[in-house]
Design a protein around this ligand. Structure first.
Ligand code: MN
Length: 286
């Protein structure tokens, strides 16, 4: 397979100053990755030109992900909050375009965090309309959108592959894909193989996060890796596979809190990333 293998920026750094960007991009390349996934929760704070120049210097590609907050939640019933969410997503889209990337994913359809009640019918419709609107803007720059379903404690809109595929069908845009993450699948799905096959059969398997059950080092948890990698091989998945892991060693002021990263699961980023790169090669053959 000729998949591109990525690493999430939070393996290296919690912010995106020029020094942090240099550390993260150079270390990703050194650890053998093709791509870095940037966490652009506040896309307006990213220096696109500096980022593009470092990516080019280290011959690394990039993808961008984010989760919305309570003030920008496009699944809200409040039209003003939805409008603020669309404005933030449009800025993120500009960032993707300006760094020469072509993927914007994550929890772009909802707030990232725990809700106290199910999504309303109006909120779900607002989210579908917003993603359709964003997809049309994205298509003009050749950008694909990925909807990353999360476990029940991180969103109330999409918790499974089946829900995500139904949502995508209602959006009705060819550049909106499903983003599968083993950490969330482990909590909400009945198996690892079924969802991979379902997403592939719909032509919507767009992006993959490999994360352990405790979000630590790959192989140190209870994810059924043989089943998951074998399902990816079964559908001939040729897209991006990005390693995602979090520890209290590297803190992003909002993301770490939203994801409840309270423990120190690892301390040496390079050791973690190098082992993850080898784990993916051994498990998937690339
Ligand atoms: Mn993920």
């Amino acid at each position: 397979m000729s998949n591109r293998i990525g690493v999430h920026a939070l393996v290296w750094v919690g912010g995106w100053s020029e020094a942090e960007a240099h550390t993260a991009i150079s270390a990703s390349a050194k650890a053998g990755f093709d791509l870095i996934e940037l966490a652009a929760l506040n896309p307006e704070t990213f220096n696109a030109q500096m980022t593009a120049s470092l990516l080019s210097e280290y011959r690394l590609q990039a993808a961008v992900s984010l989760g919305l907050d309570e003030y920008t939640d496009v699944s809200s019933d409040d039209d003003q909050i939805v409008a603020a969410g669309r404005a933030r997503l449009a800025l993120a889209l500009n960032l993707v375009r300006d760094i020469g990337a072509n993927y914007l994913g994550g929890v772009i359809y909802s707030r990232l965090g725990r809700y106290a009640q199910p999504v309303t019918a109006r909120g779900r419709a607002n989210s579908i309309d917003s993603i359709a609107w964003l997809a049309d803007k994205a298509a003009a720059s050749g950008i694909t959108l990925g909807l990353e379903f999360c476990n029940r404690y991180e969103t109330n809109v999409l918790n499974t592959t089946a829900q995500t595929l139904q949502f995508i069908e209602e959006i009705g845009r060819s550049n909106v894909m499903a983003h599968l993450d083993t950490y969330h699948m482990n909590i909400e799905e009945e198996s690892f193989r079924g969802p991979v096959l379902a997403a592939a059969a719909a032509g919507k398997l767009g992006y993959v996060h490999v994360g352990e059950s405790n979000r630590g080092a790959l192989g140190n948890g209870s994810i059924a890796w043989a089943e998951f990698f074998s399902a990816l091989r079964e559908v001939n998945y040729g897209g991006i596979i990005t390693f995602e892991s979090f520890s209290s060693k590297v803190v992003h002021p909002t993301l770490s809190a939203n994801l409840s990263i309270w423990r120190d699961l690892w301390t040496d980023s390079m050791e973690l990333a190098t082992a993850a790169r080898a784990f993916i090669r051994e498990g998937y053959g690339c």
